[in-house]
Design a protein around this ligand. Structure first.
Ligand SMILES: Cc1cc2nc3c(=O)[nH]c(=O)nc-3n(C[C@H](O)[C@H](O)[C@H](O)COP(=O)(O)OP(=O)(O)OC[C@H]3O[C@@H](n4cnc5c(N)ncnc54)[C@H](O)[C@@H]3O)c2cc1C
Length: 337
């Protein structure tokens, strides 16, 4: 295991924020995790980095950054209807999606082109176009720092919610996710009613429906709507869509009759955060190199050399203005370091 000191994290986060890590190493096997713990000279403060597509780095990172490179995709079981795959947490998510499609296995095609690693997928239960990772995750295996052992959590123990799981709460900073087991379907159930998938499929003149066609439609929509981090630094949606009481929503409708919403159960509704931010006048806003994307108000961007702190302060201004106007508290989806 090669340990480097004072390494710039700029190439390792999609916001392109330039802060140094005190120590940095890549994890390519599970034995290295034990090794790390046995080395008394190394700091006990550990930060795990996958693709860096859901983090905002606001300051020098003290301790050791562990870049996840645990690889491997293994079919562990199959029957007539399903196949179970155990996937190394450092595999690239989109490559897993394409592997599943090429094998004819359904369930994650709507999640094509989401950046990042497989190991981060359960953390915020990644979701897009009407599908969430939790629908196909069977188990998550992780190295538990305190227990000094691998522990496997079944789907219900992961407490998945909207962009949420136990890994953001009770197990935050407690574990290094090493692999995820997925159950994929041999008989696809197509989900095309969400977003613009149907329109895109029509535009693409798809004759026969397939998981590949859906993934291609999703890829086309995402490419046209979302800024490419290779061109402009960003971490996708910066905020979650807030859930508010239906009563609160009904009151807001009096002054804001166009406010969109969708039911979220238990007398609550979800309001698109992008709409709220746009109504507060932030879409296309730019201050130095920190800004709000001109086509997608939910995406904060680093045009070149913004600091993480500048992006964070902009996000706080947005939170404050939405709160002032709508009495709705936006929650950041991005993990702030
Ligand atoms: C352009 C763009 C579009 C996006 N679209 C979507 C979308 O449609 N839906 C969606 O849900 N998300 C979306 N995202 C967010 C992001 O892609 C996901 O959250 C992704 O799962 C993050 O993966 P990562 O490997 O980059 O995680 P990182 O950013 O590296 O890490 C995120 C957090 O998870 C922790 N972590 C990472 N790996 C592990 C591990 N193995 N064990 C323990 N902790 C770990 C990190 O410490 C950090 O706190 C988008 C991001 C971008 C840039």
């Amino acid at each position: 295991m090669q340990i480097q000191q004072n390494v710039s994290l700029r190439p390792f986060n999609t916001f392109g924020i330039d802060v140094p890590a005190e120590y940095f190493t890549s994890i390519t096997d599970i034995a290295s995790l034990q090794e790390l713990m046995d080395d008394a000279k190394l700091p006990s403060v550990r930060h795990i980095l996958g693709g860096g597509s859901n983090v905002l780095l606001t300051k020098r990172v003290n301790g050791i950054v562990l870049q996840n490179r645990l690889k491997g995709i293994t079919v562990i079981k199959e029957d007539d209807a399903h196949v179970w795959l155990t996937v190394g947490s450092g595999e690239v998510w989109h490559q897993l999606v394409m592997f599943a499609i090429n094998s004819g296995w359904a369930g994650i095609e709507n999640l094509a082109l989401i950046p990042g690693t497989v190991g981060a997928a359960p953390i915020q239960n990644i979701g897009a176009y009407g599908v969430e990772a939790k629908e196909t995750i069977g188990t998550v295996t992780a190295w538990h720092w305190q227990e000094k052992a691998l522990v496997t959590y079944n789907n219900s123990q992961c407490s998945f919610g909207y962009r949420d799981s136990i890994f953001k709460h009770a197990l935050k900073d407690q574990v290094f996710i090493t692999s995820v087991t997925f159950r994929l379907n041999k008989q696809p159930v197509y989900k095309i009613s969400y977003g613009a998938i149907t329109e895109e499929l029509e535009r693409m003149h798809i004759g026969t429906m397939s998981i590949r066609a859906i993934a291609n439609a999703v890829i086309a929509i995402r490419t046209s709507k979302l800024p490419d981090p290779a061109q402009i630094g960003n971490a996708g949606s910066f905020f979650k869509n807030p859930t508010i009481a239906k009563e609160h929503y009904d009151t807001l409708l009096i002054d804001h009759p166009g406010m969109p919403s969708y039911p979220a159960g238990n007398s609550t509704v979800k309001v698109p955060a992008g709409w709220l931010i746009e109504q507060c006048g932030w879409k296309g806003y730019r201050n130095g190199d920190a800004g709000v994307h001109s086509r997608q108000a939910l995406v904060l961007v680093n045009y070149s050399n913004a600091s993480g702190d500048q992006i964070w302060r902009l996000s706080q201004q947005i939170v404050d203005s939405v709160k002032d106007k709508y009495s709705i508290e936006l929650e950041r989806e991005v993990q702030v370091w």
